[in-house]
Design a binder for this molecule. Structure first.
Ligand code: NDP
Length: 241
């Protein structure tokens, strides 16, 4: 059966790896993002089953239009769009600056997933999957970015309860440090990268495929009783009981 997959932020990094993983099985994969050239190039790399769709996941009108343009049902929704917007925003003094930084991270990492999931809700296939990309930062602290990812995981608990009657699962995959993405905007100092690797038990950075494989499993037939959960993929950098 050909599945239909929607991956937000699917033009680069983790989202592109998720799109590639599903495209390698029998699936049509729609990838979204704000930069058309990046999406078109990613789709060209990944093959004809991957379709670019320009959409800012924080903009209600764009999200509505994007979802309206897709024929349902959607078997798997991956809310991957996001990142730490503090890397992009200039420093600003006073409460106005605090507000701008917090709103940007909440929009990018929490509201984006809420809007996309809400717009997709009626099109989600019975027995399908919703998977959000969270972050180790939700547990280790990283200002408004960590708080936004913690909020995403909290909201997912509610979402899993709501979608359960339709046998749709909802889970969070929470990466540690992942290389080969645009996340750090080339601003991560080498010593900090070393510290992040030293904190793992595996002695290496994660790669986008580590996350893609976990997402793929959570959308598989073997994972139909797994819902409302958060899964760390961090090489042991944040162990749990
Ligand atoms: P990237 O910056 O490579 O990927 C983020 C993608 O999201 C980009 O393709 C970007 O495209 C898209 N995006 C950002 N904002 C929006 C928006 N408003 N609407 C639509 N698309 C958007 O980094 P990663 O692959 O690392 O990030 C993927 C996810 O993984 C993020 O949620 C991030 O927080 C999370 N994560 C990453 C970690 C890491 O170490 N790399 C660690 C923990 C979590 P465009 O700019 O064109 O819109």
């Amino acid at each position: 059966m050909t599945r239909t997959i929607l991956v937000t932020g699917g033009g680069t990094g983790i989202g592109k790896a998720v799109a590639a993983r599903f495209a390698a099985s029998d699936a049509v994969v729609h990838i979204t993002g704000r930069r058309k050239d990046v999406l078109v190039s990613a789709a060209a790399d990944l093959g004809s089953s991957v379709r670019p769709l320009v959409c800012d996941a924080t903009d209600p009108e764009q999200v509505t239009a994007a979802l309206d343009s897709l024929d349902g049902p959607i078997d798997v929704l991956v809310n991957n769009a996001g990142g730490n917007t503090d890397f992009d925003l200039p420093e600003q003094d006073g409460l106005a600056g605090v507000l701008a930084h917090w709103r940007a991270n909440l929009d990018a990492n929490l509201i984006s997933a809420v809007l996309t999931t809400t717009a997709a809700r009626d099109k989600l296939a019975e027995g399908g999957s919703v998977i959000h990309i969270g972050s180790i930062a939700a547990d280790q602290g990283a200002g408004s970015y960590g708080a936004a990812k913690a909020g995403l995981a909290s909201w997912n608990v509610d979402l899993a309860k709501q979608l359960g009657a339709r046998k749709i699962t909802a889970n969070v995959v929470s990466p540690g440090y992942i290389r080969e993405t645009e996340f750090f905007r080339d601003k991560l100092p080498a010593e900090r990268a070393e510290q992040l690797i030293d904190a793992t038990s595996t002695g290496r950075a994660g790669i986008p495929a580590d996350i893609a494989e976990t997402v793929y499993f959570l959308a598989s037939a073997g994972a139909r009783h797994i819902t409302g959960q958060t899964f760390g993929v961090n090489g042991g950098a944040h162990p749990t009981r």
